[in-house]
Design a protein around this ligand. Structure first.
Ligand code: C5P
Length: 219
């Protein structure tokens, strides 16, 4: 029991980027590698949880036996999260979800023209915010924040606006933190807006710190 403190808990983790189609061969994406989310899903599984990992396009492989749902776009991820979330005790949203997508997806490859091309973008659904609205009292919801400026204030704002229990801030200002790297440097804020600052660590060890923070508030 001590080594499996999350036994009997159902957990959902999102990881990786989303790809938003422009036409059949092009998309808008981002540099998320999925490493942090996969490390978290693996660690939560090790702690005994029944984990469903919802992954955008990524080369990552899980080392643990867990359920994995592969998705491509923000809308796909929203659909998967919406169906899994009601039955989860703990949800950690680590994915770098696109905020905008092409308003019209061309059915055929867009041809090169002499003139410039204007792409109109529309907003995607903020998955985390929508889960925050649907959240029941027994559910724990953890979000990530990646900022380049005024990071602490944005992180705290996100915690309140999206009705989160914890927010994990990783700064692009720290060398060796973020996207592709194997290490990360995080600060965790809880609902009381108390701040815990961590050293730069491997994403595997960062996952352990995040899980410890979750265990502290787990019901
Ligand atoms: O507001 P911002 O996008 O910076 O918040 C980041 C957090 O929200 C991350 O946990 C991310 O996984 C989540 N998110 C989401 N759906 C979106 C955008 C962000 O779940 N469309």
């Amino acid at each position: 029991k001590r080594s499996m403190p999350l036994f009997g808990k159902t957990v959902m983790v999102t990881a990786g980027p989303t790809y938003e189609a422009i036409d059949p061969v092009r998309f808008i994406g981002n540099h998320s590698s999925g490493k942090m989310g996969f490390a978290l899903a693996d660690e939560l599984t090790r702690l005994g949880a029944d984990v469903t990992l919802i992954a955008g396009p990524t080369a990552q492989k899980s080392t643990q036996m867990l359920k994995r749902i592969d998705v491509v776009s923000a809308q796909d991820m929203f659909n998967a999260c919406s169906s899994v979330f009601p039955n989860t005790d703990i949800t950690v949203m680590c994915a770098a979800v696109a905020d905008y997508r092409p308003k019209v997806v061309a059915t055929q490859k867009i041809k090169k023209q002499d003139s410039d091309l204007v792409l109109e973008l529309e907003k995607t659904t903020d998955i985390l915010a929508s889960l925050g609205t649907a959240k029941k009292a027994h559910q724990i919801l953890v979000g990530f924040a990646l900022e380049t400026n005024d990071e602490e204030n944005y992180a705290k704002g996100k915690l309140e606006k999206k009705n989160l229990d914890l927010v994990v801030l990783n700064s692009l200002n720290d060398k060796g933190a973020g996207f592709k790297s194997d290490t990360n440097k995080i600060t965790i804020f809880n609902k009381a807006l108390e701040r815990t600052v961590f050293e730069m660590k491997s994403k595997t060890d960062v996952a352990k710190d995040i899980c410890a923070a979750i265990l502290k508030i787990a019901k």
